[in-house]
Design a protein around this ligand. Structure first.
Ligand code: XIL
Length: 375
């Protein structure tokens, strides 16, 4: 008798708790982090044009911010002098406007995916400082101006730092000088005073590079240049960065008075050539089977490590949510990730939250659950 009296309420309570937990399980990533930060995905051309409807449906269901994987880069919109291809970029922005997304512009000034002609005159010689500044200004005014009031956040300068925290000697730096960064931000601010302006780079958990980005932000602010945000690309690995390293970097950047965007998140699971967390897109290596160990599926233990690394990073993002404006994945499904072809072509990588069929991998549920764990 006593047992059944005791058991029934316990059973009832258990069912109630389970039902409540089920009801509270957020339906989507954007819902799980509602009010904390935007959750975004980078869109490729097939998604922007509507050819990849399966991925588009996932984007609408899960994400409230979008980034253009390539569509807004200089080499795409302005490949030859006087030739402009706005078609894909316009479609990208229209998609975001239609679905009320936080729309990111990526990117304005970078040393990659910028055509060679940009730096040279008709005579083939490198431009003067003034001529290159004028060209940079024209590009920024055209692109930012075209989407004024629609693109809310611009990656103004991409990857200007070396791993040791010094400024990369790109053609921008060599021709204009170190103040090319300040100039790019000034032009972007003039072109759309309301846009959030971001400096974006990879491997910012490396202490020397982190110190470099902090110097850069402080210097820009001291000069009165508008900079609102630092984008940490987070092209990560199973064992790097650690949660402590990620947390330290976010906090160190945030105390300079800017927001942090986790701007290009993915986690490589494949053997990594060389050392260090680079995302330098010009790095290439020849393919061979030893570099592509899992063409038919990810072993369970590696899947578990991926889940653990994603959960660890999102616990940090959630803890630091007051300083974070968005967390953007660099792609939607594993089928489309750039990490299948970089730095080694033709590999089968597993860096994102949706598998090749568009089904969630275990890390997906782990990430959904992080805010609930903390409550
Ligand atoms: C990558 C794209 O994903 C690829 O499709 C393209 O071939 C090369 O660029 N850092 C950046 C992104 O800022 O623009 C890069 O995107 C990945 C590294």
């Amino acid at each position: 008798m006593r047992a059944s009296c005791f058991t029934r309420p316990v059973l009832f309570a258990t069912v109630l708790i389970a039902a409540t937990a089920w009801a509270q399980q957020p339906a989507s990533l954007k819902q799980a982090y509602q009010g904390d930060f935007y959750v975004g995905a980078a869109m490729n051309a097939a998604e922007i044009t509507g050819q990849d409807q399966r991925s588009d449906a996932i984007i609408l269901e899960q994400f409230n911010s979008i980034s253009p994987e390539n569509a807004l880069k200089w080499a795409i919109v302005n490949p030859e002098p006087g030739q402009y291809n706005w078609g894909l970029a316009d479609q990208y922005v229209a998609f975001g406007v239609e679905h009320h997304m936080w729309i990111v512009g990526h990117n304005l000034v970078w040393h990659n995916q910028v055509p060679a002609w940009v730096f040279r005159g008709k005579d083939g010689k490198l431009l003067t400082r003034d001529a290159l500044l004028a060209r940079m200004k024209e590009h920024i005014f055209l692109e930012v101006g075209r989407y004024k009031g629609k693109i809310q956040s611009w990656d103004v300068v991409n990857e200007a730092l070396n791993d040791d925290g010094t400024l990369r000697h790109s053609l921008w730096y060599r021709i204009i000088g170190p103040d090319y960064i300040a100039k790019a931000f000034q032009y972007a601010h003039e072109a759309d005073p309301k846009a959030q302006l971001t400096y974006n780079d990879y491997n910012l958990t490396n202490p020397e590079k982190l110190a470099g980005v902090i110097r850069l932000v402080k210097q820009l602010k001291a000069e009165g240049v508008t900079i609102d945000c630092v984008g940490m690309q987070n092209h990560d690995h199973l064992d790097s960065p650690t949660a402590a390293e990620e947390d330290a970097a976010i906090r160190a950047i945030a105390v300079t008075g800017v927001k942090v965007a986790i701007s290009e998140l993915d986690i490589n699971v494949l053997p990594w050539p060389g050392t260090g967390n680079t995302a330098e897109v010009s790095m290439h290596m020849a393919s061979s089977p030893k570099w592509n160990p899992w063409p038919n599926g990810l072993p369970r233990d590696v899947q578990q490590k991926l889940t653990d690394q994603y959960a660890a990073l999102f616990r940090v993002f959630y803890k630091d949510r007051a300083d974070i404006s968005r967390v953007t994945f660099w792609g939607v499904t594993n089928a489309q990730s750039w990490l299948n072809n970089w730095p080694i072509p033709g590999r089968t990588n597993y860096p994102l939250l949706l598998d090749r069929e568009g089904k969630p991998v275990p890390a997906f549920a782990a990430i959904l659950n992080v805010p609930g764990e903390a409550r």
